[in-house]
Unconditional design. Structure first.
Length: 121
């Protein structure tokens, strides 16, 4: 599960980086910077990215906390069940983000609903 999550976190990093470059955010000393020169945190930049396609008011704290734990230590003390919940949440967020980015409107099936739960965008 940790390898699957690491893959999701790398994908989020790639999406975040593509978004930041598209927005013209400067990348200096290992961080994307706001026009003020302040550093964009991983969570703030993800929130900005999701918000630009209409996905606002997301609580990304569990994703960010688990990402930090796995990326920085290589292993997590979080239960498998909680890791799986976060994995499903990542799948749903990324799929919805990509669909919205492509301009899709309509229903899609949530990963977390085992392909049985529709969501409309």
């Amino acid at each position: 599960m940790e390898l699957k999550l690491a893959t999701m976190f790398i994908l989020l990093e790639n999406l975040k980086s593509s978004f930041a470059k598209e927005q013209g955010y400067a990348f200096r000393k290992g961080y994307y910077r706001k026009s003020s020169g302040d550093v964009w945190s991983f969570e703030a930049l993800l929130s900005e990215m999701f918000g630009r396609v209409g996905m606002s008011s997301l609580d990304l704290s569990a994703i960010v906390d688990l990402r930090n734990e796995i990326i920085h230590s290589g292993i997590s003390q979080t239960s498998f069940e909680h890791q799986f919940d976060i994995y499903e949440n990542c799948q749903d967020l990324i799929r919805e983000y990509l669909l919205r980015l492509l301009g899709y409107t309509g229903e899609f099936l949530l990963y977390s609903g085992s392909g049985m739960t529709p969501k409309r965008i």
